[in-house]
Design a protein around this ligand. Structure first.
Ligand code: NDP
Ligand code: 8X3
Length: 257
């Protein structure tokens, strides 16, 4: 992992799940971390843990990626030694509800679109110009199997993740020849806080999502992200779909009772 030593890796949504696991995996590989999320107290704790365990240097700050002004202001205000971001991991995101479109709460749609699509765009727009200037960089988006398939009750979540697929593909074309690579890592079921958030804190319903099968962990996904980030400069992973072995696609999973 020599190539990640002292590289600056910016992870959005680093306070839980896949983002937190990315922080751990990249810290172990010797990277320096910029971490953001809304629950800043968790970032403070994670920063201290990674310092203790790996000697990692981190810079963390509170950020709601869906707040355009805040994204622009806080990324512009990064201290000089943290400005030259090498890798951006656009991970912050959420599902809200699993309801038929015609019965759904429209506030859920606003949250998902504002975070998963607009938030990802705001952060990318703030970070990528510097990468282009420096002629190097890598944007790694966390998409989903929901960016490849569409399931009932998930119209808006699936739409946001199809958007991530489209943004990834277009941005790759926009950046061709600049030295900046673009990848997306698209997981199936990962047991994180995702389902607890989706079902508004209903832990039983969240647990049932993974009942009878072994889901992915945040670490499984983080290791896939690390693989993308450590390809030699002439190679790029465009899209990586990673699933639990017990899950064939968005609809079909093998569950032991
Ligand atoms: P978690 O709920 O465990 O983590 C989500 C992270 O996103 C948290 O750190 C949260 O931080 C952050 N976040 C949410 N909204 C915002 C916001 N407005 N501004 C900044 N940070 C925000 O879920 P996962 O780790 O599972 O989810 C990470 C990504 O992976 C998401 O994009 C999700 O769509 C995707 N994904 C998840 C799958 C799964 O099965 N779990 C499968 C496929 C994709 P905080 O609340 O502190 O702001
Ligand atoms: C989140 C997992 O299965 O709802 O992306 O698409 S799923």
């Amino acid at each position: 992992m020599e190539q990640l030593k002292n590289k600056i890796v910016f992870i959005t949504g680093a306070s839980a799940g896949i983002g937190k696991a990315c922080a751990e995996v990249f810290a172990k590989a010797g990277a320096k971390l910029i971490l953001c999320a809304r629950r800043v107290e968790r970032l403070e704790k994670l920063t201290a843990e990674l310092k203790e365990k790996f000697g990692t240097e981190s810079y963390f700050f509170k950020l709601d990626v869906s707040n355009r002004a805040e994204v622009e202001e806080k990324i512009n205000a990064l201290p000089g030694e943290w400005k030259a971001i090498d890798i951006l991991i656009n991970n912050a995101g959420l599902g809200k509800g699993l309801n038929k479109l015609y019965e759904d709460n429209i506030d859920n749609w606003e949250k998902m679109i504002n975070t998963n699509v607009k938030g990802l765009l705001y952060v990318t727009r703030s970070v990528v110009p510097g990468m282009v200037e420096r002629k190097r960089g890598h944007v790694i988006n966390i998409g989903s199997i929901a960016g490849h398939e569409a399931y009932g009750g998930g119209s808006v979540y699936c739409a946001t993740k199809h958007s991530v697929t489209a943004i990834t593909r277009s941005l790759r074309i926009d950046l061709l020849g600049t030295g900046v690579r673009v990848s997306t890592v698209d997981p199936g079921m990962v047991e994180t806080e995702f389902s607890i958030v989706r079902f508004d804190g209903d832990e039983k319903r969240a647990k049932d999502v993974y009942k009878g099968l072994e889901p992915l962990t945040g670490r499984d996904v983080a290791e896939a992200v690390l693989f993308c980030a450590t390809r030699p400069p002439h190679a790029n992973i465009n899209e990586m779909v990673i699933m639990p072995s017990a899950q064939a696609n968005a609809f079909i999973a093998h569950r032991e009772s």
